[in-house]
Design a protein around this ligand. Structure first.
Ligand code: ADP
Length: 510
């Protein structure tokens, strides 16, 4: 449920993001392209501005007569891009007349200019309309026979209200190199490659970055004033496409990273919740198991004590049996209570161990001796394989005793009819080991690691189910061995039995 709550929205978000990334990419590309085009627009406006200023200057200086135009001639000569000017009187009816030629204009060029202007008389008429609204518009055309030159045409109204048409014959290459190139250079700087190419033959007139090649897929625009030429533009380093791809890739990896994190978070939450639920169940089981474990010996003790008090037990034998049962059950009860107390001490870190050198074999003999009643009544059989030569162990005697009792209790509890427990000792390197082997029900492989966890109990199998316990015994054994820097391992086969091996440090080496 938790997984669904987190994973489904994040999956939906991912799908949504993936689809919107494409849309964003398109939008981004359009915006980016528009921005680059606006760079070209600014250059076009600049060229327009220069030509417009020239036209205004010529219109301002024009004096109607060839001789009275010294200042105009100075202006033309001062701008090396301008080859010369031809000015015509203009009327709607008569068209262009009285040409006045200034600067270096051959009669052949003048004739071509006149031809072109006459062919565009309507456009020229419109120039006067614009001028009346205070807009000095300039139109341009190229000369068929003079490909290196361009002609800028504009309207002039002199102080008497006479109409004139001004034409400036400009060397195109010089205009591009002298006027436009510095501007391109300062606009493009290191970030962009820009070039001016002729649309007629594709030749490059100017390029700020010689190594960049341009084709029609690159962003380009015609020059307004020189329509036979176009400005091309390319961002340097990364192309627009590469930039967008990189951005998408970054977006995508970020998205994947967020998804992975979300998933990890979801898995963690899920595991945590499951663990908590499991723990809650285990704790509930623990309470019921322990209550049961305490109730049984209590019931036996009170029953036999009552019989004794009421003098219902006759004969020495029966009396002895009664005492033994009371003693055994009281011992069992104190064992359970001790386990719980020790566990809670260990949990709160309050359990202190007192280390000393001692003989492990002796501890084993003492422990086994305490099962005298069980042995006498044939409930259990012990076989000891003691290695008498093992060195002394360094540890807490009482704690090791307790660990052994827990292991032996389990060996008895989880054996069916044949309660046959073997206990062996030995030394291996700097470790001394003790093994408790039974021939009981055994433990499934997948449970073998879990049985050392707090409260963990195997619930499969009749005997395991019927045998009551707190699930604390092996956890206590593990904690004790850890405190001794030792180890506890289990080898078991279901149906055949188990061997628990406890390794402890030898006294000298510790
Ligand atoms: P419990 O109080 O249930 O015996 P323990 O911590 O001592 O708790 O043991 C945990 C579980 O390990 C037991 O419930 C039992 O299923 C399994 N177990 C422990 N010792 C043995 C053994 N000798 N043979 C088979 N199963 C065992």
């Amino acid at each position: 449920m938790v997984l669904l709550l987190i994973v489904v929205p994040s999956a939906l978000l991912t799908v949504f993001q993936l689809s919107s990334i494409n849309q964003q990419e398109d939008a981004f590309e359009t915006i980016y392209e528009r921005q680059l085009k606006s760079v070209i627009l600014s250059l076009n406006m600049y060229a327009d501005d220069v030509v417009g200023q020239w036209a205004s200057k010529v219109a301002y200086l024009w004096q109607d007569t060839k001789d009275g135009n010294a200042e105009l001639v100075d202006f033309i000569e001062g701008n090396s891009q301008i080859q010369g000017a031809v000015l015509y009187a203009f009327s709607e009816k008569a068209g262009l007349s009285n040409p006045v030629v200034l600067g270096n204009v051959t009669s052949d060029i003048a004739a071509q200019v006149l031809d072109s202007c006459s062919a565009s008389q309507n456009s020229i008429s419109r120039l006067f309309t614009y001028l009346q609204s205070n807009y000095q518009k300039v139109i341009s055309f190229s000369l068929a026979k003079e490909p290196e030159s361009s002609v800028f045409v504009f309207a002039i109204l002199n102080s008497q209200g006479d109409r004139w048409v001004g034409t400036l014959i400009v060397n195109t290459e010089k205009f591009l190199i002298d006027i436009l190139a510095p501007r391109i250079q300062s606009t493009a700087q290191q970030d962009m490659a820009m070039a001016v190419k002729s649309s007629r033959n594709g030749s490059v007139l100017y390029a700020n970055n010689k190594s960049t090649e341009f084709n029609d897929n690159d962003i380009h625009e015609k020059l307004w004033q020189l329509p036979n030429y176009s400005i091309y533009l390319k961002p340097l380093g990364n192309t627009t496409e590469a930039l967008i791809k990189k951005r998408s890739r970054n977006n995508l990896s970020l998205l994947v990273a967020v998804d992975v994190l979300l998933l990890l978070g979801a898995i963690l939450i899920y595991r945590n919740v499951r663990k908590q639920l499991h723990l809650a169940k285990i704790k509930a089981d623990f309470v019921s198991n322990v209550s049961h474990e305490i109730r049984t010996p209590l019931a036996l003790i009170s029953m036999y004590a009552e019989s004794l008090q009421l003098n219902r037990v006759r004969g020495e034998d029966k009396l002895q049996r009664c005492y033994l049962i009371i003693y055994r059950e009281a011992k069992r009860l104190s064992g359970i209570v001790n386990n719980i107390l020790n566990f809670s001490k260990m949990e709160s870190g309050k359990r202190k161990f007192t280390f000393d050198a001692f003989d492990l074999n002796e501890i084993i003999r003492n422990v086994v001796a305490r099962y005298q009643y069980e042995m006498q009544t044939n409930q259990v059989e012990f076989v000891l394989h003691i290695d008498k030569k093992i060195p002394q162990v360094w540890g807490d005697k009482e704690a090791i005793d307790e660990a052994l009792v827990n292991l032996i209790d389990n060996a008895i509890k989880y054996s069916k009819d044949q309660k046959y427990v073997e206990i062996g000792t030995g030394a291996e390197g700097d470790k001394i080991w003790v093994e408790v082997k039974d021939h009981g029900i055994g433990i499934q492989r997948n449970e073998q690691n879990l049985i050392f966890d707090q409260f963990y109990r195997v619930t499969e199998g009749n005997l395991a189910q019927d045998t009551k316990g707190s699930g604390l015994g092996l956890n206590i054994v593990k904690n004790i061995t850890n405190a001794h820097r030792g180890s506890i391992t289990v080898q078991s086969e279901p149906g055949k039995g188990s061997v628990f091996r406890l390794c402890l440090p030898r006294a000298k080496e510790y």
